[in-house]
Design a protein around this ligand. Structure first.
Ligand SMILES: Cc1cc2nc3c(=O)[nH]c(=O)nc-3n(C[C@H](O)[C@H](O)[C@H](O)COP(=O)(O)O)c2cc1C
Length: 198
């Protein structure tokens, strides 16, 4: 549990491959954040039951989603956090389905902020929550990289964040990125930077 002054960094694993490429990068980034003094926690979206947004309009009135499922853990983490490491590989030119479901359910936070004019935090405080995207893709198509970048930047806008990214092309096999020590080192440093830049 983070105390008041200790930065709290949330790692979100959007790949179903445990021990896969973005999982390795995520662990390195969280290690860097912890070494820089943060309390860290990791949520594996594939283990959570998160229903896609139903566009029911409920959150437009309250800023809260009407669906009660494991997304509640993610809302709670986002409300408390000082930064997030979002780890998703490129799937068909965008984020994974697990990640997209989470992002779409953040429509409730969008409504809270833009429709109702309320802060995202439960305690009513406005604060920045910087986001580091770590991603890999098997190819190197510019459209794929632009695709995931665009999706994640929409999400980041809700959080009043600085956005940074580490996207590594030509990484296909599960765990292959672990053979690239410089990529893992960059992720560790970027995680530490999330904390130091506060
Ligand atoms: C359903 C699916 C869709 C994919 N789509 C793309 C793609 O559009 N472009 C690409 O370069 N690689 C694509 N890939 C390859 C993954 O991005 C790549 O293997 C990545 O390193 C996997 O990361 P992970 O081990 O963290 O899951 C896809 C893989 C899967 C399973």
């Amino acid at each position: 549990m983070a105390d008041k002054k200790q930065p709290y960094i949330v790692g979100v694993l959007g790949s179903p491959r445990v021990g896969g490429n973005v999982d390795i990068l995520l662990d390195a980034a969280l290690q860097g954040a912890a070494e820089a003094g943060a309390a860290v926690t990791k949520l594996a979206l594939n283990d959570l039951s998160i229903r896609p947004c139903q566009d029911c309009g409920g959150c437009s009135q309250t800023g809260r989603c009407v669906i009660r499922d494991d997304m509640d853990q993610v809302y709670e983490a986002i409300e408390r956090m000082d930064g997030m490491v979002l780890a998703s590989p490129v799937y068909f030119g965008g984020v994974t389905a697990q990640t997209k479901a989470m992002i779409d359910r953040c429509q409730a936070l969008w409504a809270r902020k833009y429709l109702l004019g309320h802060p995202i935090s439960a305690d009513g405080q406005n604060k920045h929550r910087d986001v580091l995207l770590v991603s890999t893709l098997a190819g190197d198509a510019v459209e794929d990289i632009e695709g995931i970048r665009t999706e994640v930047r929409y999400f980041v806008e809700i959080l009043d964040s600085e956005y940074t990214e580490l996207i590594f092309p030509r990484i296909a096999r599960s765990g292959e990125v672990g053979e690239h020590w410089e990529a893992v080192g960059q992720a560790r440093e970027a995680g530490a930077q999330l904390v130091r830049s506060r």
